[in-house]
Design a protein around this ligand. Sequence first.
Ligand code: GLC
Length: 621
Amino acid sequence: MPKEVLLLYSSQARYRVPREILFWLTVACTLTLVALTITGDRAVAAVPELVAGLSGVPDLPPVLQGLGWRWSRGILKGIQEKLDHFEYLNIKSIWISPFYRSPMKDFGYDVEDFRDIDPLFGTMEDFEELLAEMHSKGLKLIMDFIPNHTSDRHRWFNLSRTRDPHYEDYYVWTDCNASAPKPNNWVSVFGNSSWTYDEVRGQCYLHQFLKEQPDLNFRNEHVRKEMIDIIHFWLKKGVDGFRMDAVKHILEAAHLRDEPQVDPNKPPESITTEWDLYHDYTTSQLGLHDLLRGWRAEMDSYSREPGRYRFMVTESYDYHEVDKTMMYYGTPLVKESDFPFNFYLLDLPHNTSGLWVKHLVHLWMGNMPRGQWANWVVGNHDRPRIASSAGQTYIRVINMLLLTLPGTPTTYYGEEIGMENINVTDSQIQDPAGKYNASASRDPERSPMQWSNDMNAGFNNKTNTTWLPVHPDYRTINVQKQDEDSVLSQYRSLSKLRQSHLPLHRGWFCYVHADASVFAYLRELDGLNQAFLIVLNFGKESVATDLSSIRELPDQLEVLMSTNQDNRGKVLQKSRILTGAGEGLVFEYYTHTRFNPNHPTQCYISEKACYLRVMDILYTC
Ligand code: GLC
Protein backbone atom coordinates (compact mmCIF):
# COMPACT_ATOMS: atom_id res chain seq x y z
CA MET A 1 0.00 0.00 0.00
CA PRO A 2 1.42 3.42 -0.92
CA LYS A 3 2.66 5.53 1.97
CA GLU A 4 0.11 8.33 1.32
CA VAL A 5 -2.82 5.90 1.62
CA LEU A 6 -1.39 4.46 4.86
CA LEU A 7 -1.00 7.92 6.33
CA LEU A 8 -4.54 8.81 5.29
CA TYR A 9 -5.97 5.80 7.14
CA SER A 10 -3.71 5.92 10.16
CA SER A 11 -4.73 9.46 11.03
CA GLN A 12 -8.41 8.47 11.09
CA ALA A 13 -9.84 8.29 14.67
CA ARG A 14 -10.90 4.62 14.40
CA TYR A 15 -7.27 3.62 13.79
CA ARG A 16 -5.55 6.31 15.85
CA VAL A 17 -7.50 5.87 19.12
CA PRO A 18 -6.96 2.08 19.56
CA ARG A 19 -3.30 2.59 18.62
CA GLU A 20 -2.85 5.27 21.28
CA ILE A 21 -4.71 3.20 23.89
CA LEU A 22 -2.39 0.27 23.16
CA PHE A 23 0.66 2.52 23.40
CA TRP A 24 -0.31 4.00 26.82
CA LEU A 25 -1.33 0.61 28.13
CA THR A 26 2.12 -0.70 27.26
CA VAL A 27 3.73 2.29 29.03
CA ALA A 28 1.52 1.80 32.13
CA CYS A 29 2.29 -1.93 32.30
CA THR A 30 6.01 -1.31 31.97
CA LEU A 31 5.92 1.31 34.75
CA THR A 32 3.89 -1.01 37.03
CA LEU A 33 6.36 -3.82 36.43
CA VAL A 34 9.28 -1.55 37.27
CA ALA A 35 7.50 -0.32 40.44
CA LEU A 36 6.68 -3.85 41.53
CA THR A 37 10.26 -4.95 40.94
CA ILE A 38 11.51 -2.11 43.14
CA THR A 39 8.97 -2.52 45.95
CA GLY A 40 8.33 -6.24 45.51
CA ASP A 41 10.64 -7.47 48.26
CA ARG A 42 9.25 -4.82 50.56
CA ALA A 43 5.64 -5.86 50.20
CA VAL A 44 4.68 -7.53 53.47
CA ALA A 45 1.50 -9.16 52.30
CA ALA A 46 -1.59 -8.73 50.30
CA VAL A 47 -4.59 -7.91 52.44
CA PRO A 48 -7.01 -8.64 53.90
CA GLU A 49 -6.86 -12.45 54.12
CA LEU A 50 -3.34 -13.25 53.13
CA VAL A 51 -1.48 -11.96 56.12
CA ALA A 52 1.86 -13.65 56.52
CA GLY A 53 3.80 -12.87 59.64
CA LEU A 54 7.03 -11.06 60.18
CA SER A 55 10.15 -12.49 58.67
CA GLY A 56 8.10 -15.40 57.45
CA VAL A 57 6.67 -16.15 60.89
CA PRO A 58 3.12 -17.26 60.36
CA ASP A 59 0.75 -14.91 62.08
CA LEU A 60 -0.20 -17.34 64.81
CA PRO A 61 -3.37 -15.96 66.20
CA PRO A 62 -4.07 -17.42 68.71
CA VAL A 63 -2.33 -20.58 69.90
CA LEU A 64 -4.43 -22.84 72.06
CA GLN A 65 -2.74 -25.28 74.37
CA GLY A 66 -4.33 -28.60 75.14
CA LEU A 67 -3.48 -30.89 78.03
CA GLY A 68 -6.06 -32.67 80.10
CA TRP A 69 -8.00 -33.56 76.98
CA ARG A 70 -8.71 -36.97 78.45
CA TRP A 71 -11.13 -38.62 76.14
CA SER A 72 -12.55 -42.11 76.15
CA ARG A 73 -11.31 -42.92 72.64
CA GLY A 74 -7.80 -41.53 73.08
CA ILE A 75 -6.81 -37.95 73.36
CA LEU A 76 -5.66 -37.45 69.78
CA LYS A 77 -9.00 -38.67 68.44
CA GLY A 78 -10.69 -36.48 71.04
CA ILE A 79 -8.90 -33.42 69.74
CA GLN A 80 -9.77 -34.36 66.18
CA GLU A 81 -13.44 -34.54 67.10
CA LYS A 82 -13.22 -31.06 68.54
CA LEU A 83 -11.47 -29.25 65.71
CA ASP A 84 -14.64 -27.29 65.02
CA HIS A 85 -14.12 -25.57 68.34
CA PHE A 86 -10.83 -24.13 67.12
CA GLU A 87 -12.30 -23.08 63.82
CA TYR A 88 -15.23 -21.47 65.60
CA LEU A 89 -12.78 -19.45 67.68
CA ASN A 90 -10.60 -18.62 64.70
CA ILE A 91 -7.64 -20.31 66.35
CA LYS A 92 -4.95 -21.17 63.85
CA SER A 93 -2.43 -23.23 65.79
CA ILE A 94 -2.72 -25.88 68.45
CA TRP A 95 0.13 -26.74 70.78
CA ILE A 96 -0.48 -30.21 72.13
CA SER A 97 1.41 -31.10 75.30
CA PRO A 98 3.65 -34.21 74.98
CA PHE A 99 2.05 -37.35 73.61
CA TYR A 100 5.21 -39.46 73.28
CA ARG A 101 5.32 -42.90 74.87
CA SER A 102 5.84 -42.23 78.55
CA PRO A 103 5.38 -43.78 81.99
CA MET A 104 3.57 -40.50 82.81
CA LYS A 105 5.50 -39.70 85.96
CA ASP A 106 5.44 -36.08 84.81
CA PHE A 107 2.51 -36.48 82.44
CA GLY A 108 4.40 -36.95 79.25
CA TYR A 109 7.37 -34.74 80.09
CA ASP A 110 9.20 -38.00 80.89
CA VAL A 111 9.70 -39.52 77.45
CA GLU A 112 10.36 -43.21 77.01
CA ASP A 113 10.42 -43.13 73.23
CA PHE A 114 10.59 -39.90 71.21
CA ARG A 115 9.36 -41.67 68.08
CA ASP A 116 6.28 -43.36 69.46
CA ILE A 117 2.86 -42.27 70.71
CA ASP A 118 1.65 -43.27 74.15
CA PRO A 119 -1.41 -45.57 73.96
CA LEU A 120 -3.22 -43.16 76.28
CA PHE A 121 -3.19 -40.68 73.42
CA GLY A 122 -3.75 -43.14 70.58
CA THR A 123 -1.61 -44.51 67.81
CA MET A 124 0.74 -43.10 65.20
CA GLU A 125 -2.10 -43.49 62.72
CA ASP A 126 -4.35 -41.39 64.94
CA PHE A 127 -1.65 -38.75 65.02
CA GLU A 128 -1.21 -38.77 61.24
CA GLU A 129 -4.96 -38.54 60.72
CA LEU A 130 -5.22 -35.67 63.16
CA LEU A 131 -2.39 -33.81 61.47
CA ALA A 132 -3.87 -34.37 58.02
CA GLU A 133 -7.26 -33.14 59.12
CA MET A 134 -5.79 -30.14 60.87
CA HIS A 135 -3.88 -29.22 57.73
CA SER A 136 -6.95 -29.64 55.59
CA LYS A 137 -8.68 -27.13 57.86
CA GLY A 138 -5.74 -24.73 57.73
CA LEU A 139 -4.74 -25.43 61.34
CA LYS A 140 -1.14 -25.86 62.50
CA LEU A 141 0.07 -28.44 64.99
CA ILE A 142 2.83 -27.54 67.40
CA MET A 143 4.46 -30.34 69.38
CA ASP A 144 6.27 -30.28 72.66
CA PHE A 145 9.94 -31.15 72.29
CA ILE A 146 11.68 -32.16 75.51
CA PRO A 147 15.43 -32.07 75.04
CA ASN A 148 16.66 -31.71 78.62
CA HIS A 149 15.80 -35.18 79.88
CA THR A 150 14.25 -38.53 79.10
CA SER A 151 12.35 -40.98 81.24
CA ASP A 152 14.50 -43.35 83.30
CA ARG A 153 12.72 -46.05 81.28
CA HIS A 154 14.22 -44.78 78.02
CA ARG A 155 16.40 -47.36 76.25
CA TRP A 156 19.36 -44.91 76.30
CA PHE A 157 19.25 -44.69 80.08
CA ASN A 158 19.28 -48.44 80.50
CA LEU A 159 22.24 -48.72 78.17
CA SER A 160 23.98 -45.87 79.95
CA ARG A 161 23.61 -47.30 83.42
CA THR A 162 25.04 -50.61 82.18
CA ARG A 163 27.94 -48.65 80.65
CA ASP A 164 27.35 -49.62 77.04
CA PRO A 165 30.36 -47.93 75.39
CA HIS A 166 28.21 -45.91 72.98
CA TYR A 167 25.72 -44.75 75.60
CA GLU A 168 27.99 -44.48 78.63
CA ASP A 169 28.05 -40.66 78.55
CA TYR A 170 24.51 -40.03 77.31
CA TYR A 171 23.57 -38.74 80.77
CA VAL A 172 25.36 -36.67 83.42
CA TRP A 173 27.06 -39.16 85.74
CA THR A 174 29.48 -38.56 88.56
CA ASP A 175 31.02 -40.51 91.42
CA CYS A 176 29.18 -40.24 94.69
CA ASN A 177 28.69 -41.99 97.95
CA ALA A 178 25.83 -44.53 97.94
CA SER A 179 24.75 -43.63 101.46
CA ALA A 180 24.84 -39.83 101.05
CA PRO A 181 24.42 -39.27 97.32
CA LYS A 182 25.02 -35.52 97.03
CA PRO A 183 28.02 -34.70 94.87
CA ASN A 184 27.13 -31.02 95.27
CA ASN A 185 24.28 -28.77 96.51
CA TRP A 186 22.28 -28.67 93.28
CA VAL A 187 18.53 -29.07 93.76
CA SER A 188 15.76 -30.28 91.48
CA VAL A 189 12.99 -27.95 90.29
CA PHE A 190 10.59 -30.32 92.05
CA GLY A 191 12.56 -30.14 95.31
CA ASN A 192 15.46 -31.95 97.07
CA SER A 193 18.81 -32.96 95.61
CA SER A 194 19.05 -33.23 91.86
CA TRP A 195 21.30 -36.30 92.20
CA THR A 196 20.22 -39.91 92.61
CA TYR A 197 22.46 -42.88 93.19
CA ASP A 198 22.08 -45.66 90.65
CA GLU A 199 22.92 -49.07 92.02
CA VAL A 200 23.46 -50.68 88.65
CA ARG A 201 26.20 -48.27 87.62
CA GLY A 202 27.40 -47.37 91.12
CA GLN A 203 27.34 -43.63 90.33
CA CYS A 204 24.98 -40.67 90.70
CA TYR A 205 23.06 -39.20 87.78
CA LEU A 206 21.73 -35.68 87.48
CA HIS A 207 18.02 -34.88 87.20
CA GLN A 208 16.94 -31.26 87.24
CA PHE A 209 13.33 -32.44 87.50
CA LEU A 210 12.13 -35.82 88.86
CA LYS A 211 14.55 -38.64 89.61
CA GLU A 212 12.63 -40.50 86.89
CA GLN A 213 13.74 -37.76 84.44
CA PRO A 214 17.54 -38.09 84.08
CA ASP A 215 19.23 -35.13 82.36
CA LEU A 216 20.81 -35.81 78.99
CA ASN A 217 24.45 -34.88 78.49
CA PHE A 218 24.53 -32.40 75.63
CA ARG A 219 28.31 -32.30 75.75
CA ASN A 220 28.15 -35.71 74.07
CA GLU A 221 28.05 -35.36 70.27
CA HIS A 222 25.89 -38.49 69.87
CA VAL A 223 23.20 -36.99 72.11
CA ARG A 224 23.24 -33.83 70.02
CA LYS A 225 22.88 -35.90 66.87
CA GLU A 226 20.05 -38.02 68.34
CA MET A 227 18.07 -34.87 69.12
CA ILE A 228 18.49 -33.50 65.63
CA ASP A 229 17.32 -36.82 64.20
CA ILE A 230 14.19 -36.64 66.36
CA ILE A 231 13.48 -33.11 65.14
CA HIS A 232 13.76 -34.39 61.55
CA PHE A 233 11.53 -37.36 62.30
CA TRP A 234 8.61 -35.13 63.31
CA LEU A 235 9.23 -32.43 60.73
CA LYS A 236 9.14 -35.09 58.03
CA LYS A 237 5.79 -36.20 59.40
CA GLY A 238 4.67 -32.62 58.79
CA VAL A 239 4.40 -31.00 62.21
CA ASP A 240 4.39 -27.23 62.04
CA GLY A 241 6.73 -26.52 64.91
CA PHE A 242 7.95 -27.17 68.40
CA ARG A 243 7.55 -25.72 71.83
CA MET A 244 11.02 -26.32 73.25
CA ASP A 245 10.62 -27.42 76.85
CA ALA A 246 12.69 -26.22 79.82
CA VAL A 247 15.49 -25.01 77.58
CA LYS A 248 17.51 -23.10 80.16
CA HIS A 249 18.30 -26.43 81.90
CA ILE A 250 19.80 -28.14 78.85
CA LEU A 251 23.46 -27.60 79.83
CA GLU A 252 25.19 -27.60 83.21
CA ALA A 253 28.70 -26.52 84.16
CA ALA A 254 31.07 -29.45 83.76
CA HIS A 255 32.96 -28.54 86.97
CA LEU A 256 29.91 -29.43 89.13
CA ARG A 257 30.76 -26.80 91.80
CA ASP A 258 28.19 -25.83 94.46
CA GLU A 259 25.80 -23.08 93.42
CA PRO A 260 25.80 -19.92 95.58
CA GLN A 261 23.10 -19.82 98.26
CA VAL A 262 20.55 -16.99 98.16
CA ASP A 263 20.87 -16.78 101.94
CA PRO A 264 24.51 -17.57 102.73
CA ASN A 265 23.63 -18.08 106.41
CA LYS A 266 21.22 -20.92 105.76
CA PRO A 267 22.63 -24.29 106.87
CA PRO A 268 23.59 -26.21 103.69
CA GLU A 269 21.49 -29.23 104.71
CA SER A 270 18.34 -27.03 104.61
CA ILE A 271 18.90 -26.13 100.94
CA THR A 272 16.09 -28.12 99.32
CA THR A 273 14.18 -25.88 96.90
CA GLU A 274 15.11 -24.14 93.69
CA TRP A 275 14.50 -20.78 95.40
CA ASP A 276 17.39 -21.41 97.82
CA LEU A 277 20.13 -21.14 95.18
CA TYR A 278 21.35 -18.90 92.38
CA HIS A 279 21.40 -21.25 89.40
CA ASP A 280 24.69 -20.08 88.00
CA TYR A 281 25.86 -23.58 87.05
CA THR A 282 22.67 -25.40 86.11
CA THR A 283 20.84 -22.93 83.86
CA SER A 284 21.58 -20.73 80.83
CA GLN A 285 25.10 -22.07 80.32
CA LEU A 286 27.41 -21.01 77.53
CA GLY A 287 26.62 -23.04 74.42
CA LEU A 288 22.86 -23.20 75.04
CA HIS A 289 22.00 -20.68 72.33
CA ASP A 290 24.32 -22.39 69.84
CA LEU A 291 22.34 -25.58 70.33
CA LEU A 292 19.02 -23.83 69.84
CA ARG A 293 20.27 -21.97 66.79
CA GLY A 294 21.45 -25.25 65.34
CA TRP A 295 17.97 -26.74 65.78
CA ARG A 296 16.46 -23.63 64.26
CA ALA A 297 18.64 -24.05 61.19
CA GLU A 298 17.47 -27.66 60.85
CA MET A 299 13.88 -26.52 61.10
CA ASP A 300 14.41 -23.77 58.56
CA SER A 301 15.45 -26.30 55.97
CA TYR A 302 11.84 -27.56 56.14
CA SER A 303 10.34 -24.08 55.95
CA ARG A 304 11.24 -23.42 52.34
CA GLU A 305 8.15 -25.03 50.87
CA PRO A 306 5.57 -22.24 50.45
CA GLY A 307 3.07 -22.15 53.29
CA ARG A 308 5.04 -24.73 55.31
CA TYR A 309 6.81 -22.50 57.80
CA ARG A 310 8.11 -24.38 60.87
CA PHE A 311 7.77 -22.48 64.07
CA MET A 312 9.81 -22.54 67.30
CA VAL A 313 8.86 -21.18 70.71
CA THR A 314 11.09 -21.63 73.75
CA GLU A 315 10.01 -22.12 77.34
CA SER A 316 12.30 -20.56 79.92
CA TYR A 317 11.23 -18.94 83.17
CA ASP A 318 13.84 -16.27 83.72
CA TYR A 319 11.52 -14.20 85.88
CA HIS A 320 12.70 -10.63 85.77
CA GLU A 321 16.02 -11.28 84.05
CA VAL A 322 14.47 -9.95 80.90
CA ASP A 323 17.75 -9.79 78.95
CA LYS A 324 18.16 -13.53 79.36
CA THR A 325 14.66 -14.07 77.97
CA MET A 326 15.23 -11.83 74.97
CA MET A 327 18.34 -13.77 73.97
CA TYR A 328 16.09 -16.56 72.73
CA TYR A 329 15.07 -14.32 69.83
CA GLY A 330 18.60 -14.73 68.47
CA THR A 331 20.50 -11.90 66.82
CA PRO A 332 19.78 -9.86 63.68
CA LEU A 333 22.02 -12.30 61.81
CA VAL A 334 21.29 -15.62 63.50
CA LYS A 335 17.70 -16.60 64.12
CA GLU A 336 16.68 -18.62 67.16
CA SER A 337 13.10 -19.03 68.35
CA ASP A 338 10.25 -17.14 66.72
CA PHE A 339 9.64 -15.95 70.22
CA PRO A 340 10.40 -17.05 73.75
CA PHE A 341 7.22 -17.44 75.74
CA ASN A 342 6.33 -14.18 77.46
CA PHE A 343 5.26 -15.13 80.96
CA TYR A 344 5.05 -11.64 82.45
CA LEU A 345 1.26 -11.46 82.30
CA LEU A 346 1.10 -14.52 84.57
CA ASP A 347 1.91 -11.98 87.30
CA LEU A 348 -1.15 -9.91 86.46
CA PRO A 349 -3.20 -11.12 89.47
CA HIS A 350 -0.56 -9.83 91.92
CA ASN A 351 -1.99 -6.36 91.53
CA THR A 352 -4.94 -5.77 89.28
CA SER A 353 -4.46 -2.16 88.29
CA GLY A 354 -3.96 -0.32 85.01
CA LEU A 355 -0.46 0.78 85.99
CA TRP A 356 0.60 -2.76 86.90
CA VAL A 357 -0.70 -4.23 83.65
CA LYS A 358 1.06 -1.50 81.69
CA HIS A 359 4.25 -2.27 83.63
CA LEU A 360 4.02 -5.97 82.71
CA VAL A 361 3.25 -5.23 79.07
CA HIS A 362 6.11 -2.76 78.94
CA LEU A 363 8.56 -5.28 80.35
CA TRP A 364 8.17 -7.05 77.02
CA MET A 365 7.56 -4.18 74.62
CA GLY A 366 10.34 -2.05 76.09
CA ASN A 367 12.92 -4.85 75.93
CA MET A 368 12.04 -6.83 72.83
CA PRO A 369 14.76 -6.48 70.17
CA ARG A 370 13.79 -4.39 67.14
CA GLY A 371 11.95 -6.19 64.42
CA GLN A 372 10.83 -9.08 66.62
CA TRP A 373 7.33 -10.36 67.19
CA ALA A 374 5.68 -10.26 70.65
CA ASN A 375 3.52 -12.90 72.33
CA TRP A 376 1.39 -13.12 75.45
CA VAL A 377 0.50 -15.89 77.89
CA VAL A 378 -1.98 -15.59 80.76
CA GLY A 379 -2.01 -19.25 81.79
CA ASN A 380 -0.65 -22.69 81.10
CA HIS A 381 -0.50 -26.20 82.57
CA ASP A 382 2.13 -25.11 85.12
CA ARG A 383 0.42 -22.03 86.55
CA PRO A 384 -2.90 -21.37 88.33
CA ARG A 385 -5.78 -20.44 86.07
CA ILE A 386 -6.10 -16.70 85.57
CA ALA A 387 -9.89 -16.70 86.14
CA SER A 388 -9.20 -18.00 89.67
CA SER A 389 -6.13 -15.98 90.56
CA ALA A 390 -7.36 -12.68 89.11
CA GLY A 391 -11.04 -13.42 89.74
CA GLN A 392 -13.95 -14.08 87.35
CA THR A 393 -14.66 -10.32 87.23
CA TYR A 394 -11.52 -9.87 85.17
CA ILE A 395 -11.55 -12.84 82.77
CA ARG A 396 -13.25 -10.88 79.98
CA VAL A 397 -11.03 -7.84 80.23
CA ILE A 398 -7.97 -10.12 80.35
CA ASN A 399 -9.06 -11.91 77.16
CA MET A 400 -9.64 -8.50 75.58
CA LEU A 401 -6.11 -7.46 76.53
CA LEU A 402 -4.67 -10.72 75.19
CA LEU A 403 -6.42 -10.39 71.83
CA THR A 404 -5.77 -6.71 71.20
CA LEU A 405 -2.08 -6.52 72.14
CA PRO A 406 0.42 -6.75 69.29
CA GLY A 407 1.84 -10.24 68.67
CA THR A 408 0.62 -13.79 69.15
CA PRO A 409 -1.86 -14.49 71.94
CA THR A 410 -1.67 -17.93 73.57
CA THR A 411 -4.73 -19.34 75.25
CA TYR A 412 -4.60 -22.27 77.64
CA TYR A 413 -7.63 -24.50 77.06
CA GLY A 414 -10.59 -23.32 79.10
CA GLU A 415 -9.54 -19.66 79.31
CA GLU A 416 -11.86 -19.02 76.40
CA ILE A 417 -14.82 -19.97 78.61
CA GLY A 418 -13.45 -18.68 81.91
CA MET A 419 -12.59 -22.05 83.49
CA GLU A 420 -11.31 -21.95 87.07
CA ASN A 421 -8.92 -24.05 89.20
CA ILE A 422 -10.32 -27.14 90.86
CA ASN A 423 -9.76 -28.10 94.49
CA VAL A 424 -7.69 -31.24 94.74
CA THR A 425 -7.61 -33.26 97.94
CA ASP A 426 -4.38 -34.93 99.05
CA SER A 427 -5.61 -38.31 97.87
CA GLN A 428 -6.44 -36.89 94.44
CA ILE A 429 -3.03 -35.34 93.80
CA GLN A 430 -1.52 -36.53 90.52
CA ASP A 431 1.23 -34.00 89.96
CA PRO A 432 4.71 -35.00 91.20
CA ALA A 433 5.38 -31.37 92.16
CA GLY A 434 2.24 -31.53 94.33
CA LYS A 435 3.36 -34.77 95.96
CA TYR A 436 6.50 -33.00 97.12
CA ASN A 437 4.69 -29.83 98.17
CA ALA A 438 0.89 -29.73 97.98
CA SER A 439 0.86 -25.95 97.53
CA ALA A 440 3.00 -26.32 94.37
CA SER A 441 0.59 -28.79 92.79
CA ARG A 442 -0.31 -28.07 89.18
CA ASP A 443 -3.38 -30.29 89.28
CA PRO A 444 -5.85 -27.45 89.98
CA GLU A 445 -5.30 -26.00 86.49
CA ARG A 446 -5.30 -29.38 84.71
CA SER A 447 -8.90 -30.47 85.14
CA PRO A 448 -10.80 -31.74 82.09
CA MET A 449 -12.05 -29.24 79.55
CA GLN A 450 -15.68 -28.35 80.19
CA TRP A 451 -17.44 -29.17 76.94
CA SER A 452 -21.01 -29.61 78.10
CA ASN A 453 -23.21 -30.13 81.12
CA ASP A 454 -23.36 -33.87 80.46
CA MET A 455 -21.75 -36.23 82.94
CA ASN A 456 -18.09 -35.29 83.57
CA ALA A 457 -18.53 -32.22 81.39
CA GLY A 458 -18.58 -34.44 78.31
CA PHE A 459 -15.58 -36.63 79.21
CA ASN A 460 -15.39 -40.36 79.66
CA ASN A 461 -19.11 -40.83 79.70
CA LYS A 462 -18.46 -44.55 79.43
CA THR A 463 -16.33 -45.15 82.49
CA ASN A 464 -17.57 -42.42 84.82
CA THR A 465 -14.06 -41.40 85.84
CA THR A 466 -11.76 -38.60 84.79
CA TRP A 467 -8.08 -38.34 85.68
CA LEU A 468 -8.74 -35.25 87.81
CA PRO A 469 -12.13 -34.10 89.03
CA VAL A 470 -14.18 -31.90 86.74
CA HIS A 471 -14.79 -28.43 88.14
CA PRO A 472 -18.21 -28.38 89.85
CA ASP A 473 -19.20 -25.24 87.92
CA TYR A 474 -19.21 -27.23 84.65
CA ARG A 475 -23.01 -27.16 84.54
CA THR A 476 -23.00 -23.43 83.94
CA ILE A 477 -19.52 -22.89 82.51
CA ASN A 478 -19.11 -25.09 79.47
CA VAL A 479 -18.71 -24.74 75.73
CA GLN A 480 -22.21 -25.90 74.90
CA LYS A 481 -23.93 -23.41 77.15
CA GLN A 482 -22.87 -20.27 75.42
CA ASP A 483 -25.11 -17.35 74.71
CA GLU A 484 -24.35 -14.14 72.91
CA ASP A 485 -23.03 -12.57 76.09
CA SER A 486 -20.77 -15.44 77.17
CA VAL A 487 -17.02 -15.32 77.71
CA LEU A 488 -16.69 -17.66 74.73
CA SER A 489 -18.73 -15.47 72.36
CA GLN A 490 -16.71 -12.50 73.39
CA TYR A 491 -13.47 -14.40 72.80
CA ARG A 492 -14.66 -15.36 69.36
CA SER A 493 -15.69 -11.82 68.42
CA LEU A 494 -12.35 -10.44 69.57
CA SER A 495 -10.44 -13.10 67.68
CA LYS A 496 -12.40 -12.32 64.51
CA LEU A 497 -11.97 -8.59 65.00
CA ARG A 498 -8.24 -9.06 65.40
CA GLN A 499 -7.98 -11.15 62.28
CA SER A 500 -10.04 -8.89 60.08
CA HIS A 501 -8.42 -5.55 60.93
CA LEU A 502 -4.84 -4.85 60.00
CA PRO A 503 -4.19 -2.22 62.69
CA LEU A 504 -4.97 -4.84 65.33
CA HIS A 505 -2.53 -7.46 64.22
CA ARG A 506 0.10 -5.57 62.27
CA GLY A 507 -0.17 -1.98 63.39
CA TRP A 508 1.43 0.35 65.88
CA PHE A 509 0.77 -0.16 69.56
CA CYS A 510 0.77 3.13 71.51
CA TYR A 511 0.21 3.75 75.21
CA VAL A 512 -2.23 6.57 75.86
CA HIS A 513 -3.15 6.19 79.51
CA ALA A 514 -2.51 4.18 82.70
CA ASP A 515 -3.73 4.79 86.24
CA ALA A 516 -4.75 2.76 89.30
CA SER A 517 -7.65 1.30 87.32
CA VAL A 518 -7.33 1.82 83.61
CA PHE A 519 -4.82 0.87 80.95
CA ALA A 520 -5.55 2.35 77.50
CA TYR A 521 -3.76 2.07 74.18
CA LEU A 522 -4.19 2.68 70.47
CA ARG A 523 -3.67 0.42 67.48
CA GLU A 524 -3.11 2.21 64.18
CA LEU A 525 -1.39 1.62 60.86
CA ASP A 526 0.32 4.14 58.61
CA GLY A 527 -1.67 4.65 55.43
CA LEU A 528 -4.96 3.50 56.92
CA ASN A 529 -7.55 5.89 58.36
CA GLN A 530 -9.12 3.23 60.52
CA ALA A 531 -7.72 2.94 64.07
CA PHE A 532 -8.71 1.40 67.40
CA LEU A 533 -8.70 2.66 70.97
CA ILE A 534 -8.76 0.05 73.72
CA VAL A 535 -9.68 1.08 77.27
CA LEU A 536 -9.41 -1.64 79.94
CA ASN A 537 -10.45 -1.26 83.56
CA PHE A 538 -8.47 -3.62 85.83
CA GLY A 539 -9.49 -1.73 88.97
CA LYS A 540 -12.10 -2.39 91.61
CA GLU A 541 -14.47 0.46 90.77
CA SER A 542 -16.18 2.22 87.90
CA VAL A 543 -14.17 5.17 86.65
CA ALA A 544 -14.37 7.93 84.07
CA THR A 545 -11.16 8.32 82.08
CA ASP A 546 -10.32 11.66 80.51
CA LEU A 547 -8.49 11.25 77.19
CA SER A 548 -9.14 14.83 76.02
CA SER A 549 -5.40 15.54 75.91
CA ILE A 550 -5.01 12.98 73.10
CA ARG A 551 -5.52 15.35 70.17
CA GLU A 552 -5.42 12.57 67.61
CA LEU A 553 -8.64 11.06 68.99
CA PRO A 554 -12.02 12.34 67.80
CA ASP A 555 -14.08 14.07 70.51
CA GLN A 556 -16.81 11.47 70.32
CA LEU A 557 -16.18 7.75 70.21
CA GLU A 558 -18.58 4.92 69.55
CA VAL A 559 -18.16 1.65 71.49
CA LEU A 560 -17.56 -1.16 68.98
CA MET A 561 -17.15 -3.89 71.61
CA SER A 562 -17.62 -3.97 75.34
CA THR A 563 -17.25 -6.81 77.80
CA ASN A 564 -20.56 -5.48 79.09
CA GLN A 565 -23.13 -6.11 76.39
CA ASP A 566 -25.27 -3.12 77.52
CA ASN A 567 -22.59 -0.65 76.56
CA ARG A 568 -22.13 -1.71 72.96
CA GLY A 569 -22.94 1.04 70.48
CA LYS A 570 -22.86 3.81 73.09
CA VAL A 571 -21.28 7.09 72.06
CA LEU A 572 -18.90 8.53 74.66
CA GLN A 573 -17.02 11.81 74.93
CA LYS A 574 -13.29 11.25 74.91
CA SER A 575 -13.13 13.45 78.02
CA ARG A 576 -15.29 10.98 79.93
CA ILE A 577 -14.87 7.34 79.03
CA LEU A 578 -16.81 5.32 81.58
CA THR A 579 -15.79 1.77 82.41
CA GLY A 580 -16.95 -0.56 85.18
CA ALA A 581 -14.56 -2.75 87.22
CA GLY A 582 -13.35 -5.50 84.88
CA GLU A 583 -14.84 -3.84 81.81
CA GLY A 584 -12.99 -3.46 78.54
CA LEU A 585 -13.99 -1.28 75.58
CA VAL A 586 -12.85 -1.31 71.98
CA PHE A 587 -13.54 1.82 69.93
CA GLU A 588 -13.06 1.96 66.19
CA TYR A 589 -12.48 5.43 64.79
CA TYR A 590 -11.36 7.11 61.61
CA THR A 591 -8.63 9.72 61.46
CA HIS A 592 -6.15 11.42 59.17
CA THR A 593 -3.80 12.23 62.04
CA ARG A 594 -1.67 9.39 63.22
CA PHE A 595 -0.57 9.30 66.89
CA ASN A 596 2.75 7.47 66.48
CA PRO A 597 4.77 10.12 64.59
CA ASN A 598 4.35 12.62 67.42
CA HIS A 599 4.85 10.16 70.27
CA PRO A 600 7.71 7.87 69.26
CA THR A 601 8.55 6.94 72.86
CA GLN A 602 5.03 5.68 73.52
CA CYS A 603 4.68 3.58 70.40
CA TYR A 604 5.98 0.19 69.24
CA ILE A 605 5.79 -1.77 66.03
CA SER A 606 7.61 -5.00 65.20
CA GLU A 607 8.30 -4.14 61.62
CA LYS A 608 7.20 -0.79 60.28
CA ALA A 609 4.49 -1.43 57.75
CA CYS A 610 2.38 0.89 55.62
CA TYR A 611 -0.84 0.19 53.83
CA LEU A 612 -1.10 1.20 50.20
CA ARG A 613 -4.75 1.48 49.34
CA VAL A 614 -4.44 1.62 45.53
CA MET A 615 -2.62 -1.69 45.41
CA ASP A 616 -4.20 -3.19 48.54
CA ILE A 617 -0.82 -4.19 49.93
CA LEU A 618 1.08 -3.76 53.14
CA TYR A 619 4.74 -2.99 52.60
CA THR A 620 7.77 -2.25 54.72
CA CYS A 621 8.10 1.51 54.86
C1 GLC B 1 8.28 -27.75 81.61
C2 GLC B 1 6.84 -28.21 81.56
C3 GLC B 1 6.48 -28.83 82.87
C4 GLC B 1 7.39 -30.01 83.13
C5 GLC B 1 8.84 -29.59 83.06
C6 GLC B 1 9.77 -30.76 83.02
O1 GLC B 1 8.46 -26.71 82.50
O2 GLC B 1 6.01 -27.12 81.25
O3 GLC B 1 5.15 -29.22 82.90
O4 GLC B 1 7.12 -30.56 84.37
O5 GLC B 1 9.11 -28.84 81.89
O6 GLC B 1 9.79 -31.35 81.77
